[in-house]
Design a protein around this ligand. Structure first.
Ligand code: MLC
Ligand code: AMP
Length: 502
């Protein structure tokens, strides 16, 4: 009887009194965390959970929210973590698509969420302080639980990733997808129980939930668990940490803080960056200001982590390093799928135990992105240099990455186009000093109409999470198109890169 992911990550620490995390000044030992997750698992069982069921979670980051993840693994349930910024309209789609048996949301949103919970699903609440009907009801349960038997291919989570066309797709991640990646990363990055990870990422994405938490747990290490990235709090806690994992915005914000000095981080063992391109200039500035070279790695929701710069060897700025142990990577011609020699730019394709099991209830979408020999087509364009380092040089998918969040222009264009007074629109990312890229929209008015950009933004508000809102809407007479009629987004990007913000 074994649970493929739970046992090595958490189960083996069941009686450990070592700290698992510190949050808001209070420490939680591994055994206390596991007791809490056992109570939640027992509650889920009481509510009728069956292996393979889904649990949707849209709550603020807290130790209790993290315990829901461990509780799901215990019961063989698939966790469906949702960005806290998603509007009810966005959440509605995820719930109707995934049909979770249980939805957990913030008490402040419970009345609205109750309206969209699928028939037969339960609704529980959890607030930012770990209080709500979830923890109230769980407190009545036993704090031990025998984890359900789960094999390598059983689902551990479904993470929705927006599609370049059509609706969001749920990436199905198995126990072994997550376990193999946690093992590879913990080994490569030399994690041990002496490590203290400063955890300031959200826990509804691969980076904060799987890379950060799984690598910590599998190593028996500890986390300083922050509710989010607040610069002053990070600077306060850095002296107690050994590792920081972040998106590039973390590093540019730190570099701009006058008290972020060489001395403050002299004791640190490792700084990891990912989820968005780290500018070579940031990498170099970081080294000259702190003496540390940031270790950049590359991954995605569907594949977990694929590549990493070396721990011991040269961490090369502007590159994402080498394939992880067990990961096959190749560069192919995007048109013909022919393998390209090193040095040439092409599609990055990956294969390995890290690659997901497909999109939830979308076999045809899965088939479109997988080669017959098991390679996943990432949509990222890359090149391998003479020393084997991979660089991302562009994306074939139309995607904006803002502060590490993915934003798909298609989704926003569809909503803008449907607004009164709009003829058509194009959404692009323009350079942004803080978030890397910022969303802007070019809108062609409908014949005879004169839409007000501020009003258009107001109308988008209830439909889209705040991070997806265009920071500016520019009215244009027409969209630039090539001879095939395709909108030339590069021209719009150049045109609006230096345009003043609204
Ligand atoms: C917040 N805002 C954003 C934003 N984050 N807008 C665009 N892009 C973002 N990423 C909005 C806020 O709602 C706010 O709106 C305004 O911008 C300013 O907010 P802020 O207070 O400055 O932002 P903050 O809360 O500090 O958040 C910034 C951040 C956060 C960078 C810390 O976005 C973050 O934690 N990003 C990490 C994302 C992540 O984990 N990605 C991993 C994906 S997994 P208003 O209303 O005030 O104007 C993946 C695979 C892999 O990609 O390889 O890892
Ligand atoms: P997501 O779908 O949120 O998992 O985002 C995955 C995408 O983020 C990848 O396909 C890349 O385009 C991008 N990404 C992740 N890590 C890096 C990195 N280190 N450098 C550049 N882009 C990255």
């Amino acid at each position: 009887m074994a649970n493929h992911l739970f046992d090595p990550l958490f189960g083996r620490h069941a009686t450990s009194n070592a700290d698992f995390l510190t949050a808001g000044g209070a420490s939680l030992s591994y055994s206390a965390f596991l007791g809490l997750s056992a109570q939640m698992a027992n509650l889920f069982t009481t509510l009728g959970a069956k292996k393979g069921d889904r649990v949707a979670l849209q709550v603020s980051k807290s130790p209790e929210a993290l315990a829901v993840y461990a509780a799901c693994l215990r019961c063989g349930l698939a966790l469906l973590p949702l960005n806290t910024g998603y509007t009810i309209a966005e959440v509605d789609y995820f719930l109707s698509d995934a049909e979770p048996f249980l939805v957990i949301c913030d008490p402040a949103k419970a009345a609205d969420v109750a309206m969209i919970v699928p028939d037969g699903s339960r609704l529980l609440t959890l607030d930012a302080n770990g209080k709500g009907s979830l923890t109230d009801d769980a407190a009545e349960q036993e704090d031990t639980q025998a984890p359900v038997t789960c094999g390598p291919d059983d689902l551990a989570a479904i993470l929705y990733t927006s599609g370049t066309t059509g609706r969001s797709k749920g990436a199905m991640l198995s126990h072994d997808n997550l376990l193999s990646n946690a093992r590879a990363l913990a080994g490569l990055w030399r994690f041990s129980e002496d490590d203290v990870l400063l955890h300031a990422l959200p826990i509804f994405h691969t980076h904060g939930l799987f890379v950060a938490v799984n690598v910590t747990a599998i190593s028996g290490a500890k986390m300083l668990f922050h509710a989010g990235f607040k610069l002053e709090r990070i600077l306060e806690d850095l002296p107690r940490a050994t590792v920081l994992m972040g998106v590039p915005t973390f590093y540019t914000r730190l570099l701009d803080a006058p008290c972020f000095t060489r001395q403050l981080v002299a004791h640190m063992r490792l700084f990891v960056s990912g989820s968005a391109p780290l500018q070579a200039e940031t990498h170099e500035r970081f080294e000259s200001q702190t003496g540390h070279r940031i270790l950049e790695r590359y991954g995605m929701t569907e594949t977990n982590m694929n590549t990493s710069n070396p721990y011991d060897g040269e961490r090369r700025a502007g590159t994402i390093g080498f394939p992880l142990p067990g990961v096959d990577l190749r560069i192919t011609d995007p048109e013909t799928a022919r393998r390209l020699p090193d040095g040439e730019i092409g599609m990055i394709e990956v294969r390995g135990p890290n690659v997901f099991k497909g999109y939830w209830r979308m076999p045809e979408k899965t088939a479109q992105e997988m080669r017959d020999d098991g390679f996943f087509i990432t949509g990222d364009l890359g090149r391998i240099d003479d020393d084997g380092y991979l660089s991302i040089v562009g994306r074939q998918k139309d995607l904006i990455i803002s502060g590490g969040y993915n934003i798909y222009p298609k989704e926003i264009e569809g909503l803008i186009d449907a607004l009164p007074g709009v003829g058509e629109s194009a959404v692009v990312g323009v350079p942004d000093a803080d978030f890397g890229e910022a969303v802007i929209a070019a809108v062609v008015p409908a014949p005879g109409a004169q839409p007000d950009p501020a009003k258009l933004l107001e109308q988008l508000r209830p439909m889209l999470a705040r991070f997806k809102h265009p920071r500016n809407i520019h009215l244009v007479e027409e969209l630039p198109r090539n001879t095939m009629g395709k909108v030339q987004k590069n021209i719009l990007r150049a045109q609006f890169s230096n345009a003043p913000a609204a």
